[in-house]
Write a protein that binds this ligand. Structure first.
Ligand code: FAD
Length: 406
């Protein structure tokens, strides 16, 4: 019998299966995932798990009994290699075939590789999967030198863990500041101060010429400016590439992600795409085509696609939100800063806290905060309510934002 087939059992795929059962879907559900483990959480891989604080058993997204209890067939360690859209079939790497009535592509993303000399040396690592984290954990030893290429969220979370474990860390970044694509400059500078206090060496506007090795192992990194930095470990954190190949090869529309409509359906109405792999037009970005890499987006899109499949479709309008642990700083973002026209610092950043509010056409569109969790939670509600706000009100700490909800 053909039911729902989900390719990819990460946060998005797993939540889709769970939500289908919560929403009383009684047909067959098959989940296919290339990883050998049952679905697990990724965020701790660059936080508590790397530090050894979160045990492996706590990474599982659901208890082992969950799948049988809900009659969800989980095929782990199996890769989907093709989609036959005419027959509505998925072909797996062992040539077996699974038939679908509705297909959900939740294939996520993989690390972007750097094409530079030395990238294949021993001691060069990436961080996306549990296997990546396990290998990396072994290498975190006090007194060792590490270099992180790329000052994005995950690279910097790794820096926080490595310094806490007594390593000396240098960060080399092409842009002029950390997390430049995702946060405003005020937030970047609070993070720079934090890492400098921890003794981390941060180099911006720095392009890498290659990774240096001896006897097949990393010994350092050379920049295009001719500088050399010594290290026995290099972590490459230069972003991800969405896993769109399966969709692209079957003729679905792909544009930096599998393109979906407001109900998260692809150009084939029997196929939906969700999570890191899905590109959609967002009201929160003035209608531009975006692809988000966050737990919120994976989970909320999963619920939305389940509702569509059980016959209660709702357009996907959830307010995007995101968090990242940057050493002692809790960085949180509500909404999207894309296509905004005004940006205001609320109060004065004091090194430990900071808030930047973005307005679009006179309405609150995005709030970036550091160590202000209550403001973050309020911001999600304010953005969902599309409240009007002036730049003066946004900047004034004594102006009660909460009153805008009443
Ligand atoms: P994925 O988690 O990538 O899952 C996709 C799955 O599909 C994978 O298991 C893959 O093996 C499988 N797959 C792909 N192709 C095939 C195929 N052909 N056949 C079978 N299986 C296939 N987000 C936050 O909001 N906050 C955080 O603090 C945060 N920290 C993070 C830390 C790390 C180290 C990482 C890696 C990510 C972090 N994220 C964080 C991002 C968040 O984890 C992702 O946005 C989320 O996991 C996306 O879920 P997904 O299901 O769309 O994709």
């Amino acid at each position: 019998q053909a039911g729902v087939v989900i390719v990819g059992a990460g946060h998005a795929g797993l939540q889709a299966a769970a939500s289908l059962r919560e929403q009383q879907y009684s047909g067959r559900i098959v989940m296919i995932d290339a990883e050998p483990h049952p679905p697990y959480e990724r965020p701790p891989l660059s936080k508590g798990y790397l530090l050894g604080h979160t045990p492996a058993a706590r990474l599982a997204l659901r208890p082992a009994t969950f799948y049988a209890d809900r009659n969800i067939e989980l095929l782990s360690g199996r890769r989907a290699t093709a989609i036959d859209r005419l027959r509505r079939e998925i072909i797996l790497d062992d040539s077996s075939i699974v038939t679908y009535e509705r297909l959900i592509l939740a294939t996520g993303a993989r690390n972007r590789a750097l094409a530079i000399p030395g990238i294949d040396l021993d001691g060069v690592y990436y961080l996306r999967t549990l296997a990546d984290a396990d290998v990396l954990r072994e290498q975190l030893q006090p007194g060792k030198d590490a270099i992180v290429i790329g000052a994005g969220f995950i690279g910097l979370e790794f820096v926080a863990c490595a310094t806490r474990l007594g390593m000396r860390v240098t960060v080399l970044e092409l842009a002029s500041r950390p997390m430049a694509r995702a946060v405003s400059s005020g937030i970047s500078s609070v993070c720079v101060d934090e890492y400098q206090k921890l003794g981390v060496q941060l180099r911006f506007n720095t392009d890498i010429a290659g990774i240096l090795g001896a006897n097949g192992r990393v010994v350092g990194v050379q920049t295009r400016g001719g500088e050399t930095f010594a290290a026995s470990l290099v972590l490459v954190g230069v972003g991800v590439t969405p896993n769109t190949e399966l969709a692209g090869a079957s003729g679905l529309m792909v544009d930096n992600g599998i393109v979906v409509d407001q109900h998260l359906r692809t150009s084939d109405p029997h196929i939906s795409a969700i999570g890191d792999v899905a590109a959609y037009r967002s009201d929160h970005a003035n209608g531009s085509l975006i692809r988000l890499e966050s737990i919120q987006n994976a989970s909320d899109q999963a619920r939305c696609v389940a509702a569509d499949i059980v016959g209660t479709p709702q357009p996907y309008r959830a307010v995007p939100w995101f968090w990242s642990d940057q050493a002692h700083l809790k960085l949180q973002i509500a909404g999207l800063a894309l296509a905004t026209d005004q940006r205001v610092m609320r109060g004065q950043p004091n090194g430990a806290t900071c808030a930047v509010l973005h307005l679009r056409a006179g309405r609150l569109a995005c709030v970036e905060t550091i160590n202000r969790p209550a403001l973050h939670l309020l911001a999600r509600r304010l953005i969902a309510s599309k409240v009007a706000l002036t730049p003066e009100q946004a900047a004034d700490e004594s102006f009660e934002l909460k009153q805008l909800l009443s």
